[in-house]
Design a protein around this ligand. Structure first.
Ligand SMILES: Cc1cc2nc3c(=O)[nH]c(=O)nc-3n(C[C@H](O)[C@H](O)[C@H](O)COP(=O)(O)OP(=O)(O)OC[C@H]3O[C@@H](n4cnc5c(N)ncnc54)[C@H](O)[C@@H]3O)c2cc1C
Length: 429
């Protein structure tokens, strides 16, 4: 555990060297200030700059420090919720529009990667949602039907076909979604930052916004190094809000998710594990994810954090899981570990807040932020140009603290510990 980087783990090790951005110092004016250098903030900065708007991004730490640099890297289409569930929460018009926009979000991600030549281990070979129970299989049948009704290229594979695509005989089926793919998420964030800077946006790292004040003409943001005066502000701090935005995390349920990466698999074994490099996850409530990186490491993840005794507990679970799901791998060392906090809402729908006509945020993607963050950043940039709330297919709501959020977070945490302590224990020995 000594040499493990428990924040960005493997992604930090294999991402290309990031572009250096100076901390903000002094005083300046900008049309739009963006707070937070994850997918949402970076995409907003890029699209604002491309539309000719003066944009300045302030990141408290480093580019990709939050969820962006810690995630699994599954570029998913849509939300965790099935389309019909989204419609029952948002109504037909808005629900269908949100599904259309987010269903197409991988198009934007892979377009940006190509356009800006972002080196981020991008693969658009689809993803696999794997059934590990009968009820999971039935849920995938529903998911398939609902997306197919909307013309999406999804197909439920039977047990044999799922075994070929995953390299595991454990799953009774898998939903292949050809819209989706995988990226090295921190490298994607670095690439967006480089592209935004190249398009003319000003970016500053190690520049936390410590206070915000409304003025006659806009907003005054104080950072640890100076003061920025902005006509409008896009807030993009999601679950990692700190300093002036520490309280915003009270509006989300914290949901920790860890990952362990093996050493590169031997060539002959690698051919048998996720042979088309599709990212995969299962239908379990305490879900697990599986993907490869370009060096042939298997990355296994699940719910929980990696602090103190939980590190060994989850590491042992990861070893047992690899043995069970991909027995052909045999014993292998786990060389990298990291985790992050996913911002969840009680209804699993992201939030759109107009805190003031010139202070806006879209937040809480419930574990699906690569596509949605990239898309919402673009839509927020559009909104700045034409302030029409219908541009963003989400209800405008007021921030609300989640009742008992810490308790709910602890519930997930305790559940994952008990589950990971017990799961696959018998068959592991
Ligand atoms: C472990 C994990 C696994 C995930 N897996 C996936 C996945 O496979 N696929 C997927 O699509 N999504 C996944 N997600 C979700 C996804 O990573 C997030 O939804 C996404 O990162 C949100 O982007 P964002 O730009 O809105 O926020 P973030 O990426 O969290 O960025 C917020 C930024 O704001 C900065 N900030 C905070 N306070 C201040 C301040 N006062 N001043 C200036 N800056 C500040 C932070 O330092 C941070 O860099 C996962 C998330 C986690 C944590």
């Amino acid at each position: 555990m000594k040499n493990m980087n428990l924040t960005h783990g493997l992604w930090k090790k294999t991402a290309p060297e990031p572009q250096h951005f100076n901390p903000f110092e002094g005083k300046t004016k900008t049309d739009v200030a963006i707070i937070g250098g994850g997918f949402t903030g970076l995409s907003a900065a890029l699209h604002l700059a491309e539309q000719g708007t003066d944009a300045l991004l302030l990141e408290a730490r480093d580019i990709g420090f939050g969820g962006a640099g810690r995630n699994v890297g599954l570029v998913n289409a849509g939300l965790w919720l099935m389309p019909e569930d989204v419609i029952s929460k948002l109504g037909k018009d808005m629900g269908e529009e949100l599904m259309r926009v987010l269903g197409a979000s991988p198009d934007l991600v892979f377009h940006l990667i190509k356009k800006h030549n972002i080196q981020c281990e991008a693969h658009r070979t689809g993803t696999l949602h794997c059934a590990d129970s009968r009820s999971g299989y039935r849920a995938l049948q529903q998911r398939e039907a609902q997306w197919q009704e909307r013309g999406a290229p999804v197909k439920l594979l039977n047990r044999d076909a799922a075994a070929v695509q995953t390299g595991s005989t454990l799953f009774s089926g898998a939903l292949l979604d050809k819209r989706a793919g995988t990226v090295q998420p921190l490298a994607y964030a670095y690439g967006l930052a480089r592209a935004a800077h190249g398009a003319g946006a000003r970016l500053h790292t190690n520049s936390p916004v410590t206070s915000v004040r409304q003025t006659a003409s806009g907003w005054e943001l104080t950072t640890t190094g100076g003061v920025v005066t902005a006509g409008a502000v896009i807030l993009a701090t999601q679950g990692y809000g700190e300093h002036a935005f520490k309280d915003t995390t009270q509006q989300m349920i914290p949901f920790n998710y860890f990952q362990f990466a093996t050493q590169p698999l031997p060539e002959n074994i690698l051919k048998t594990v996720l042979p088309d490099k599709q990212g995969a996850w299962d239908t379990n409530l305490i879900l697990s994810s599986y993907r490869l990186d370009d060096a042939g490491r298997l990355i296994v993840g699940s719910v929980g954090q990696l602090e103190n005794m939980t590190y060994s507990l989850h590491k042992n679970w990861a070893k047992r899981t690899i043995n069970k799901v991909f027995p052909q791998i045999g014993n292998i060392s786990l060389d990298h570990a990291w985790y992050g906090c996913i911002a969840m809402t009680t209804d699993h729908i992201p939030r759109f807040h107009i805190l003031d006509p010139n202070f806006i945020t879209v937040t809480s993607y419930n574990g699906r932020g690569i596509g949605p963050g990239s898309v919402m950043g673009r839509l927020l940039a559009e909104y700045i140009k034409i302030p029409d709330a219908t541009i963003i297919p989400l209800p405008v709501s007021q921030p609300e603290n989640v009742f008992g959020r810490r308790l709910r977070g602890l519930f997930y945490e305790a559940g994952s510990r008990i589950y990971h302590f017990a799961q696959r224990r018998v068959s592991a020995f």
